[in-house]
Design a binder for this molecule. Structure first.
Ligand SMILES: [Mn+2]
Length: 320
């Protein structure tokens, strides 16, 4: 190698320039930070999995700020840039082609249009045969995401990690991050008899027959017990994972809009998720990451790791 070769600049923006599969030697603090350093692309013909952001938080009841969630999750995910990953020990991108689609576009002045735009853009990605992973955003966005997934797959079992049931009364006219389950039940999007919520530690008026493993019960059951309850409930039904970061205790996820003490640890939640490799996942979202209340990226790192585990699960499934 000549001296000139050794000082020739290497591309640092893998998000635009790098391979769609394989790793990157880029620093985790430079360049355009796509999710896990995947290529920014809208070429759905090459992608197995599409990660995108929905930076919307106008349906929050308490502290806003989840609109900054996608950026924080991407930044925290840069450390997971294509090397073998824990716990599979394998590089998920050897089995899966993952692109970062960028963010959902909508006009913040037209609140009544936002859910329709989320649904339409999600539907386009899903109809192309891609598995969709969404970085939120507040929990209201799960409603249009479910509509888009159900149009393709039929009604889904909902596996919801959350401090809140999100089953408050809803007249089907407004949008709220506390009623996406109510609306999903009203619209027949979820099979409540196959659905389950984990980490609940608030009380809402209705459960629609959805099974609940509340946070204290979860602590008593332990990781294996929680995972068994989820597997027994969901069975072989096609399933959607909605992970509200406030399922975690505020000690593990302070950066969220409606924190509640007494939740899961990040290790417990990640171990449960990793135990669910045999569930027929059809899509997922991670919601309510609000970095303005975060400290040392604790919440963003936990959220990015949830998605990193989910991508490893999809990669394991591809490997067979
Ligand atoms: Mn929620």
């Amino acid at each position: 190698m000549s001296r000139n070769d050794s000082i020739r600049p290497r591309p640092t923006d893998n998000a635009f320039l790098g391979p769609l599969e394989g790793g990157s030697l880029e620093p985790t603090y430079s360049g355009a930070l796509s999710f896990m350093r995947r290529r920014y692309s809208r070429d759905l013909s090459v992608a197995d999995v599409v990660v995108w952001g929905v930076p919307f938080d106008c349906a929050t009841s308490n502290r806003p700020g989840a609109r900054f969630g996608p950026q924080a999750l991407r930044r925290a995910s840069a450390i997971f840039d294509g090397d073998p990953q824990f716990p599979s020990g394998l590089d998920p991108f050897e089995a899966l082609t993952v692109i970062d689609w960028g963010d959902c576009s909508f006009d913040y002045r037209r609140l009544d249009q936002v859910h329709g735009l989320i649904e339409a853009q999600a539907a386009e990605i899903i109809a192309a045969g891609c598995h969709l992973v969404t970085l939120g955003g507040d929990h209201s966005i799960t409603l249009p995401l479910l509509r888009a997934h159900v149009a393709e797959h039929g009604p889904l079992a909902l596996v919801q990690f959350d401090a809140h049931q999100d089953t408050w009364e809803d007249d089907a006219e407004g949008i709220s991050h506390g009623t996406f389950v109510t609306r999903a039940e009203m619209e027949g999007l979820i099979d409540c008899s196959r659905s389950i919520q984990i980490g609940i530690r608030t009380v809402a008026p209705d459960d629609f027959g959805i099974a609940i493993v509340d946070a204290y019960e979860a602590r008593g059951l332990g990781v294996a017990g929680i995972a068994q309850r989820i597997r027994e409930r969901v069975g072989d039904a096609p399933a959607y994972l909605s992970f509200d970061i406030d399922a975690l205790d505020p000690a593990f996820a302070p950066g969220t809009g409606t924190p509640v003490a007494g939740g899961l640890s990040s290790a417990e939640a990640l171990m449960v998720l990793w135990s669910l490799r045999d569930i027929d996942w059809r899509g997922m979202d991670i919601v309510e990451v609000a970095p303005a209340y975060d400290h040392a990226d604790i919440t963003a790192i936990a959220g990015a790791t949830v998605v990193q585990h989910y991508l490893q699960i999809l990669a394991e499934r591809t490997r067979g």
